[in-house]
Write a protein that binds this ligand. Structure first.
Ligand SMILES: Nc1ncnc2c1ncn2[C@@H]1O[C@H](COP(=O)(O)OP(=O)(O)OP(=O)(O)O)[C@@H](O)[C@H]1O
Ligand code: SF4
Ligand SMILES: [Mg+2]
Length: 386
């Protein structure tokens, strides 16, 4: 189990963006409204821990990541790193030690890479700007090391290449290498595999998991894909309209969710069903409401099949529903999933390489999480079958 001593902590974190109105509002200097992108979240990430932040589009995932990496400023709450309050730290030199330790990987490798720079210069850039190397020999060593850790071998073959000379998977590995070069202790990875083919996705995920295993690096893995979160994370935090609605160990969130939104997210995922059949709640319908018009009471109530009158009036607080398991739902006690193994490997939607990942990462986890269930057969080997 990862070390959960204070490492990264978000306390009541809030990011509200003012909406610029018409001329009248501007003359009076008042905003026309507020987008409550992140609306008071508490979240810890332990040293060496992988936490997945899961939610639909517009739920505030990227904004959380940008605050942690100091690319956006919160309007409320605190960002603590090893107990130090980083909330108001500004400026390149003040942030240099923090940037050395906390890096971000962006979703779109095309956008993240400067097309006019070689792979060497892209990976060398943070080492140079953070002044982490003394000479060119050291620089070349660190760039090689980062490329190799990201699975680009032999590293020298990639030094002189430009982004357009690389495949999509290789470009994403260069983005990862750029983040790894500084040997960070925490990486915020924002949908790092969502634009890649399934086969390449597994390899990139394996790189990230290896980094945790070998270097005790922590990872905040941002995704809209709940099964993917289960594959990679120790804990999963479910975000809805700027608020964490459920957080807990990956197995608990996946096999024993206690929030109707988590259940609905799971039901809405057609691919790589991880082997649970949930209570009979319909799949998620409708759009996420605008973060500028968050519903009164429980913000999920307009879409929630379990909503009652109280939900339309009162905002539910997050309460403990099990060990390390919190849910913000008035009816959390009634949301009980029936964990039933369907067999990860038998799912035809699991691609071969994804199966390999399932095999190496998850088989034991899957076994242990269901071992207490009576009458559940042992998992077949994900590669060889039953
Ligand atoms: N700079 C900004 N100004 C105004 N609103 C913003 C800004 N950045 C984000 N938002 C709004 O904040 C909300 C959360 O956006 P965010 O990008 O964090 O969501 P997300 O969960 O990452 O979504 P996606 O899955 O589509 O990437 C959205 O309503 C978005 O429109
Ligand atoms: S508090 Fe009510 S509306 Fe909100 S998730 Fe729970 S049951 Fe649904
Ligand atoms: Mg995003």
């Amino acid at each position: 189990m990862p070390d959960t001593a204070d490492f990264l902590r978000l306390e009541k974190l809030q990011v509200h963006f003012p909406i610029q109105g018409g001329l009248f509002d501007r003359v009076l200097g008042r905003p026309a409204g507020t987008v409550r992108a992140v609306d008071g979240i508490d979240l810890d990430v332990g040293r060496g821990e992988i936490v997945a932040l899961v939610g639909e589009s517009g739920s505030g995932k990227t904004t959380v990541g940008r605050v942690i990496t100091k690319l956006a400023h919160p309007t409320g709450g605190r960002l603590l790193f090893e107990g130090h309050d980083m909330t108001s730290e500004r400026g390149a030199s003040a942030l240099r030690p923090y940037r050395h330790r906390v890096q971000m990987i962006f979703q779109d490798a095309y956008q993240a890479l400067n097309p006019r720079h070689t792979v060497f210069d892209i990976v060398a850039e943070p080492l140079r700007s953070l002044r982490l190397v003394k000479n060119d020999t050291q620089l070349a060593e660190r760039v090689s090391e980062a490329l190799a850790s990201a699975g680009l071998n032999p590293p020298g073959d990639f030094f002189a290449r430009f982004p357009h000379e690389l495949s999509g998977g290789q470009r994403q590995r260069v983005v990862i290498a750029g983040a790894l070069a500084v040997r960070p202790e925490l990486i915020v990875a924002d949908e790092p595999v969502s634009m890649l083919d399934v086969s390449i996705r597994s390899q990139i995920l394996q790189v990230l998991v290896d980094l945790r295993d070998k270097h005790n690096m922590a990872l905040l893995f941002i995704t809209h894909d709940l099964p993917l979160a289960w594959l990679i994370a120790d804990r999963i935090a479910v975000l809805y309209l700027g608020r964490l609605v459920e957080i807990g160990r990956a197995d608990d969130i996946t096999f024993n969710p206690r929030h109707p939104y988590t259940v609905a997210l799971s039901n809405a995922t057609p691919k790589v069903r991880v082997g649970v059949s949930h209570i009979d709640l319909p799949a998620l319908e409708g759009e996420v409401p605008s973060a500028a018009r968050i519903p009164k009471g429980c913000r999920f109530h307009p879409r929630c099949p379990m909503a009652i009158d109280r939900c339309r009036q009162e905002d539910p607080p997050a309460v403990e529903v099990g060990p390390q398991h919190m849910s913000a739902c008035w009816r959390a006690g009634e949301v009980k999933a029936r964990s039933e193994l369907l067999g990860v490997a038998r799912s035809s939607s699991v691609e071969p390489l994804e199966r390999r990942l399932v095999s190496s990462l998850v088989k034991d986890r899957c076994r242990s999480s269901i071992s207490a269930e009576a009458g559940v057969p042992d998992l077949p080997d994900p590669i060889r079958g039953p």
